[in-house]
Write a protein that binds this ligand. Sequence first.
Ligand code: ATP
Length: 368
Amino acid sequence: MNMQTPVKSDAIVRLEGVVKRFGEFTAVERADFEIGRGEFLAIMGSSGCGKTTTLRMLAGLEDPSEGNIYLDGARVNGKATWDRDTPMVWQSLALFPFLTVQENVEFSLKMRGVGKAERAQRARKWLDKMQILEFADRNISQLSGGQRQRVALARALVTEPKILLLDEPLSALDAHLKVRMQAVLSNLQKDLGITFVYVTHSMSEAFSMADRVVIMSRGKIEQIGTPQEIYHAPRNRFVAEFLGSANIFTGKLVEKTGDLWQVETAHGRFAVKAPQTPAKSVGDTLSFVVSAEKMQISAADAGVPGIRARVVGEEFVGASAIVFLETDAGEELKVQKSHGELASIDLHSGSPLTLHWEPEACHVLPGE
Ligand code: ATP
């Protein structure tokens, strides 16, 4: 099954049937994907799903139990990490506390035998690009979190690698700095044209920076696609639930008229517009998603057909709010609307409301 959007340019990284086992435990299960030259690829998933193990295999810190890894056309299985052009930036940064900022950045050049004058010149160029040249002679302990982050990036980039591997590099920063560093990273990647492979468990980080996102769960790749593709067309229930904004319904396909399908669910019969979904026949079970933003909400006495539910909670997200509701059967549903749109609805009296949607708002999960 090919779940991958083709890469835009020629591939610089290729994983072919890559499996990683630790004893009996399979940490990565048959990873098959390519990363385009100059692409920003994020690998996302919850804790323990195999993100770091995948990155470590690219770095040469782990060897695959099965399958092949190609970097820039050459098979690199078994090749040591220092023989690969894949530096890594970690969450912990791993800067040397007893060296100055400039000495930290010069370090990998020194290891490669680059002469003193050239080392200094190259290190200062990258410190300047990262806007931290003024701190060149300071000790690491005298820098803020964001400044340390820039030193770690300068140190990784000073060898001008083709691929940079980043493992949760921003997770130690506060929310404000995180957003600023996201912009720094994103612009840097576009300007330099370096391929970034970026591991994170944060959807907002992955979706705001990456060209494509890989979603993993328990060692398996669930979907690969652009943020838009994943957001608007999750492949299966796992991805839809991971996105957090999906209402998922399951039912039986009872009638097909062109691309307008009638689906019988526990809540009644709904029309689903299914333009480009896999073959399903009348009688088949299917699941479809209505995202919280596409869900409509009305007072129950407005007479609109739909699902009756009561408000159980509300969460403010900037200009909009997510309203959580519960059906009589105890199922949780959610609606996301602007405060203006919600103003005309009485959310707080405890009286039932009706949730409804247009057939076009539905997305049939193709992988279910
Ligand atoms: P997190 O977000 O928590 O860092 P992750 O998705 O990066 O998680 P990995 O570090 O890749 O997860 O680990 C995947 C699984 O493999 C985990 O269950 C982990 O315990 C296991 N694992 C990783 N390294 C080893 C090892 N050296 N020996 C045994 N098991 C390991």
